[in-house]
Design a protein around this ligand. Structure first.
Ligand code: ZN
Length: 449
């Protein structure tokens, strides 16, 4: 938690929404500045957030609306802060909460959620003493809705993000890989922590550890080419995650997440989601809504890619892709239940933006609930991670087996009620859309695009 001092009064000169910090001497030779402390002061004039840094930097601030936020863009900063530092106790402050982290290679960001419309009255980075340490201070003053809206309009649009890069060692498959390309997508990252669970565990860390282990196992099998959407604790936009899959000509996209449900500590287990225009149930709609907020959480305003659904070829491709997504969903649930807990309704569907690639079978796996003591403990255990990732590798092997051995009907994957479907049993489509597929249809060729 940040320290909070009441009754502080300061005066600031009102700057435009896009306030540049002071121009400081070039710091090319310096190491990445380290942030070692955060402090929040509030008084009649407004609220001030200050960060103690190992060296000076140049910051830029602007405001965004709906939800109301202040974005502070920085060069790369090594945040050595308590992950809970941004949780601000409710009270007489303009700041509801704030987040910090890597936003893109070489760029960090602080996102401040506002409790009321406010403008950046002052943004400064001044030396604390004679040495290197500096203090970055963001001073906010309350304003009315109309003035805030004007400040939002005055803020320059965010330059497009650079596409995510595949981590070193993983081969991009744009140039005809001989093995199927699987894109593993650890959710969230950098300035977007995702859900936070018990004991301060963050979704972005849990899913990154899991995804890394999974990628390592799939790659080690020699049967697949694996691409990860992020190689470290950085932010990647939802559209860029989809772009990574499409650019890599992926045959499967698996997005890894972990949920948290306020006031429901007893809800546990994994759920596998596919994409559908209509949510399978209210819970699926809630999860999709929460996951779709990831860009906004990081201060990125991005519209979902709206496909031209009047294109009949596009529509056919998407239907076929969704059928394969359902098939992998069912296969994964079948293997997962042998090794780990499932949610009581483990196959669901909703409009997840990260599952929108029309030509890449895609699922989103919620590993469990960080709000459950039982799950939070399990999800951070290396032994559990080992078993759970192994079950995904088995499901992937089963999913691709028909394509690798020509003409034969694949063995039916186990169902999560423990029974294997008989020959010719119909694959269920949890969202009820898309053609039902018989086991005879399963060994499909790679989807044309
Ligand atoms: Zn998530």
């Amino acid at each position: 938690m940040v320290a909070s001092t009441a009754s502080l009064l300061w005066l600031g000169t009102l700057l435009p929404a896009h306030a540049e910090g002071p121009v400081l001497p070039p710091a090319a030779e310096q190491a990445v500045p380290m942030a070692v402390g955060a402090k929040l002061d509030h008084g009649r004039a407004g609220t001030r957030l200050s960060l103690d840094l190992s060296s000076a930097l140049v910051a830029k601030a602007y405001v965004l609306e709906a939800t109301d936020r202040v974005i502070i863009d920085l060069p790369e900063v090594n945040f050595q802060l308590d992950p809970g530092a941004g949780r601000v106790p409710a009270g007489d402050t303009l700041i509801r909460s704030f987040r910090f982290g890597l936003f893109a290679p070489g760029r960090s960001r602080i996102v401040i959620d506002l409790a009321a419309p406010a403008t950046v009255a002052r943004l400064s980075c001044d030396p604390i003493a004679d040495g290197d340490p500096s203090r970055l201070a963001v001073e906010l003053t309350k304003t009315d809705r109309a003035a805030f809206h004007k400040a939002v309009l005055a803020a320059a649009p965010e330059p497009p993000l650079a596409a995510a890069v595949a981590p070193a060692g993983s081969q991009s498959a744009t140039t005809g890989s001989s093995t199927p390309v699987i894109v593993i997508d650890p959710g969230h990252g950098g300035v977007d922590p995702g859900a936070s669970g018990l004991n301060g565990v963050l979704e972005k860390d849990v899913v990154f550890d899991f995804a890394s282990k999974l990628a390592e196992k799939l790659q080690a099998s020699g049967r697949y080419t694996v691409v990860m959407t992020r190689a470290d604790d950085t932010f990647v936009s939802l559209n860029n995650r989809v772009k990574v899959a499409r650019d890599a000509n992926a045959a499967l996209f698996v997005s890894i997440h972990a949920d948290a449900l306020a006031g429901a500590a007893t809800v546990t287990g994994a759920t596998v989601y596919t994409s559908s225009d209509k949510a399978s149930d209210a819970e699926a709609a809630r999860v999709a809504e929460a996951e779709n907020r990831a860009d906004s959480v990081a201060g990125v305003e991005s519209a979902p890619v709206v496909p031209d659904v009047s294109d009949i070829l596009f529509d056919l491709t998407r239907r076929e892709t969704r059928t394969y997504s359902h098939l992998f969903q069912r296969t994964l649930v079948g293997y997962w239940q042998k090794i780990a807990r499932l949610n009581k309704n483990p196959e669901r569907a909703a409009g997840f933006r990260v599952l929108q690639a029309p030509d890449v079978p895609s699922v989103l796996l919620e590993l469990g609930y960080l709000s459950s003591e039982k799950d939070a403990k399990t999800l951070t255990s290396p032994e559990w991670r080992d078993g759970a990732t192994a079950s995904i590798v088995n499901a992937v092997d089963m999913f691709f087996a028909p394509r690798q051995s020509t003409g034969s009907i694949p063995p039916a994957p186990p169902q999560h009620d423990g029974t294997a479907p008989g020959p010719g049993a119909q694959a269920r489509t949890s969202a009820g859309e898309g053609p039902a597929m018989t086991s005879r249809d399963q060994p499909g060729p790679a989807i044309n695009r």
